[in-house]
Ligand binder design. Structure first.
Ligand SMILES: Cc1cc2nc3c(=O)[nH]c(=O)nc-3n(C[C@H](O)[C@H](O)[C@H](O)COP(=O)(O)O)c2cc1C
Length: 312
């Protein structure tokens, strides 16, 4: 079953919940384009999340969801808020959401945690997850170690719930490949950053469009909090200090406010421009609807090519 049937949307595509970027307004634009928009609650307070949910409800009658980061200090309150607000879909990142699962399931919420390993996927299936979002290390933002190519089929073999592939998907070929790996749908982040509706600064969008295949790097590998971002002065300095043995505290102080600098101020040298390896494939800024429609249209064309190729 493709994931759009479970989610009641046209396309089996989820917009990744991107902290400090995926507002209610942005999520509504994705939902109105026929995919599942998500409000990224990481970086929000409970009150701000509530405002974003209201905004999203005003702007779309289509299903949308909320992405909750388990590290958010307000996550307990937010876990209750999604129930009170009648949210239909919750995705979770950066940790294990098992303790909220019972209450969410009783409220009829579809729960889809992001997982970086087979072990966590199996554990969350047992806790009642409806699907898992399997994210490879190619993705933008906080990442795990394994690639989408290696991890998705291993999780598909290990669980019986639907698997959604994330990380490294921005073209019809990659969407088709995700289906071939056994995924029931995909989650994307990087390609939607370069959309007209995305509320990041123009400089951030242009940095994605200009990026080449090798233009992302990973900070925080040594400290155990890896984050994929576009290479810039800040990234180089962070990695240098990390290698020199800087403490977590020092590194945190150094990067304080860096996402804000990138997203709001467009500071592409000292800001943190989270983006995935597929940035090299993103060539223009387009409306959200066009990005999603092109992806599925190109996937059909690639499918035909592949059938011909394999049939030879
Ligand atoms: C700028 C940015 C911020 C992100 N923030 C979050 C987040 O707050 N929560 C989360 O679960 N995933 C987050 N992600 C990961 C996305 O939800 C998604 O899984 C990922 O972008 C998919 O890979 P792609 O970047 O190759 O498309 C973020 C990704 C990006 C690019």
């Amino acid at each position: 079953m493709k994931i759009n049937e479970l989610l009641n949307v046209k396309y089996p595509l989820i917009q990744g919940g991107m902290a400090n970027i995926a507002t209610g307004e942005f999520a509504a634009s994705v939902s109105n384009a026929g995919a599942l928009g998500l409000i990224g609650a990481g970086g929000m307070t409970t009150e701000i999340l509530k405002e974003n949910i209201q905004k999203c409800k005003e702007l779309t009658s289509q299903p949308f969801g909320v992405n909750l980061m388990m590290l958010n200090p307000y996550v307990d309150e937010m876990a209750q808020l999604v129930i009170d607000e009648g949210i239909k879909v919750v995705t979770t990142g950066a940790g294990n959401p098992s303790k909220y699962m019972k209450a969410w399931k009783e409220a009829g919420i579809i729960v889809m945690p992001v997982v970086p390993s087979v072990a966590l996927a199996k554990r969350l299936e047992r806790s009642g997850a409806d699907a898992v979002i399997v994210e490879g290390t190619e993705a933008g933002g906080h990442i795990g170690e394994l690639t989408t190519m290696a991890l998705v089929p291993q999780v598909v073999e290990a669980v019986s719930i639907p698997v959604i592939a994330a990380g490294g998907i921005a073209s019809g070929k990659q969407l088709l490949a995700a289906y071939a790996l056994g995924a029931s749908g995909v989650q994307v982040g990087t390609c939607l950053l370069a959309s007209e509706e995305c509320p990041v600064h123009e400089n951030y969008k242009n940095a994605i469009v200009k990026a080449k295949d090798t233009d992302t790097t990973v900070t925080g590998r040594i400290g155990g909090t890896p984050v994929r971002i576009i290479k810039n002065r800040m990234a180089k300095e962070y990695i240098k200090r990390e290698k020199e043995g800087a403490s977590m505290e020092e590194l945190e102080t150094y990067t304080l406010g860096s996402l804000r600098k990138a997203v709001l101020e467009g500071d592409i040298q000292s800001g943190s421009l989270m983006a995935g390896q597929v940035a090299g494939l993103v060539k223009e800024i387009k409306p959200v609807k066009a990005i999603i429609e092109d992806l599925f249209h190109d996937c059909e064309a690639e499918k035909e090519k592949l059938i011909n190729f394999l049939g030879e």
